[in-house]
Design a protein around this ligand. Structure first.
Ligand code: IMP
Ligand code: MG
Length: 172
């Protein structure tokens, strides 16, 4: 384990089990429908590919990249790589790695909502509710986490540690 990782918050096994649960739940909720999974680059990619394998529905996957400026992403959020797919009239599920203040998702949901999807919901792997500023309706939450900066399973600290199979607290 890297020196900078102070503690493990969720093990590989815990993540796998929870992602499987989420996949089952989503498969039930969207039964007989077709889904568009929108993965937010880059953090949610590991989660998205694992989750997709546990969803038993016809689906497509698309990717969106954003950048945020200013403290805590409160400033401007901008799309740097847009979706390939037209989401009008489709059932869209946005996949996030972590929801913190909520500013990123607020912007994204407003932007994607303007494209008239049939439905637009959020599935986040992690929810750090203690720091929420913008109230956002999260349909699916993998785990709630305390107010500590975490890495692994897609989440980074200065672009490092995304490849850790577990989620841990980083203490540089
Ligand atoms: P929000 O706009 O404040 O909700 O920030 C959400 C974004 O901040 C996530 O998509 C992550 O990219 C990043 N982020 C927030 N907390 C963490 C963390 O603990 N580890 C890694 N990235 C984080
Ligand atoms: Mg992110």
């Amino acid at each position: 384990m890297p020196d900078e990782i102070a503690e493990i918050v969720f093990t590989e096994e815990q993540i796998r089990a929870r992602v499987q649960d989420l996949g089952r739940q989503i498969s039930d909720d969207y039964k007989d429908r077709r889904l568009v999974l929108v993965s937010i680059l880059r953090g949610s990619v590991f989660f998205a590919t694992d989750l997709a394998r546990h969803i038993d529905l016809p689906l497509s996957m698309d990717f969106l990249s954003i950048s945020s400026y200013g403290e805590d992403s409160e400033g401007v959020v901008r799309i740097t790589k847009d979706l390939e797919e037209n989401i009008a009239g489709k059932d869209v599920l946005v996949l996030e790695d972590i929801v913190d203040t909520g500013f990123t998702l607020k912007y994204l949901l407003r932007t994607l909502g303007g494209r008239n999807p049939k439905s637009l919901e959020v599935c986040t792997l992690l929810d750090r509710r203690a720091r929420r500023i913008i109230d956002i309706d999260l349909k699916y939450v993998g785990f709630e986490i305390p107010d500590k900066f975490v890495v692994g399973y897609g989440l980074d600290y200065r672009q490092r540690y995304r490849n850790l199979p577990f989620i841990g607290v980083v203490q540089p």
